[in-house]
Write a protein that binds this ligand. Structure first.
Ligand code: LLP
Length: 384
């Protein structure tokens, strides 16, 4: 064992592969449902973070709902056992077949982002003689202070309905017969560790609720999206995110009307720390004033470092040798195929098993076949 890893068993498995610690996932789900349960809050899992079927079914067993952003995700959630009345469907560009799938399976709610989309949902629902439950995704213009690629709640982003258009959308909606307004939806970004960003969101929602109240509108559901960040630096010290303080922020600062439900769409915080990408060292290569560790996983298996300059802790599980500095790179023909520069690792040699930690969210699901590579394989702690 090194850390929580059964190293000898893992060393015999063909790399690269994602390794999921299922007991840690269950423990994380236990904490989130306990903390949310204190306030009767509803948690939906953002399937986009990881749609691995085993992970989905463990999440589903814990009574959590599913937040889907495509017809494919709705199908994956249904297949894993999520009941349709716990599925929310969001996304800025829904195709007609995807809307039809949501209507045919009677999902809980469509999160809608524009008037043209409302019109199409209304039209498809009227053909099927149904009333589609909708929540309006509003762009709260709150800065989440996170990486600009994963901030979503600012005026300049493509997501949601701008607050200046809200009155017009409500007027329009009241003329549509086959959609029913059930909620308001927000999401300000991802990997947010500063709780003040969520506090600002609450303050903005309170203002919006006042505006709606003046029109005698009280929706059943407020959905505040996801975004709670994890500690990438300390996957062992902080394997479970701070759900307690997160939910407390909403309890303290969000003014819900009587009977109004509060919904969350958490992705990363539920699955990130239970996953690691396992890879083996192909070569240790001398560079100019540095050494490269070339591993058999690349940006095709885990794109986050190349795409967002994201940090994933790197550990050599096979070595107890003295610590040295290396640039850890993959085999792909792109300079951005680099997992870390000047990484401190125990002295490393060909064949060593390397773990890229905190890779359970936006890892396996974002893998590609660039360079005609195979998609990464998967192993679960309880099968080893
Ligand atoms: N709800 C909505 C509307 C979203 O757009 C997202 C994530 C979530 C919920 C879940 O957010 P989470 O709790 O996971 O932060 N690929 C990027 C992250 C993209 C997040 C997209 N939206 C990454 O690897 O960091």
């Amino acid at each position: 064992m090194k850390g929580n890893f059964p190293v000898t068993a893992l060393e015999n498995i063909e790399t690269p592969f994602y390794y999921y610690n299922i007991p840690l996932l269950r423990e994380t789900l236990g904490v989130v449902t306990h903390e949310a349960g204190k306030y009767n809050y509803h948690v939906h899992y953002a399937v986009k973070a990881n749609a691995n079927s085993r992970i989905l079914s463990v999440i589903c067993e814990n009574g959590i709902g599913a937040d889907c952003v495509s017809g494919g995700e709705i199908k994956a959630a249904l297949k894993a056992g999520f009941s349709a009345d716990k599925i929310v469907y969001a996304g800025v560009g829904k195709s007609d077949w995807e809307i039809d799938l949501g209507l045919d399976t009677d999902i809980f709610c469509f999160n809608v982002e524009s008037i043209p989309e409302l019109n199409v949902i209304n039209e498809r629902a009227s053909i099927k003689n149904k009333i589609a439950p909708v929540a309006l995704r509003l762009n709260p213009n709150v800065d989440a202070h996170t990486h600009h690629y994963i901030t979503t709640g600012l005026n300049e982003n493509k997501f949601g309905i701008n607050l200046i258009h809200l009155e017009g959308v409500l007027d329009h909606l009241s003329g549509l017969k086959n959609v029913k307004l059930v909620g308001l939806h927000f999401h300000i970004g991802s990997q947010i560790t500063d709780m003040d960003a969520f506090k600002s969101l609450c303050v903005r929602i309170n203002e919006i609720q006042e505006t709606l109240y003046r029109r005698h509108i009280i929706v059943d559901i407020i959905n505040v999206g996801g975004g709670l960040g994890v500690d990438y630096e300390n996957p062992d010290r902080q394997p479970i995110p701070e759900f307690k303080s997160y939910f407390e922020v909403f309890y303290r600062h969000l003014k819900l009307r009587p009977k109004q439900q509060l919904h969350f769409e958490l992705g990363r915080s539920l699955v990130c720390q239970c996953g690691s990408l396992m890879t083996k060292v192909l070569y240790v290569k001398e560079g100019v004033n540095k050494k490269f560790v070339i591993v058999d996983a690349g940006m095709t298996d885990l794109i986050r470092p190349a795409l967002y300059q994201a940090y994933h802790k790197i550990e050599n599980l096979s070595s107890e040798g003295p610590v040295r500095e290396y640039d850890v790179v993959g085999p792909i023909c792109e300079s951005s195929d680099c997992f870390g520069k000047c990484v401190s690792l125990n002295e490393t040699k060909r064949g060593d098993l390397i773990a890229l930690r905190s890779a359970g969210a936006y890892g396996e699901i974002m893998a590609s076949r660039y360079n005609c590579r195979e998609l990464p394989k998967v192993r679960y702690s309880d099968d080893i």
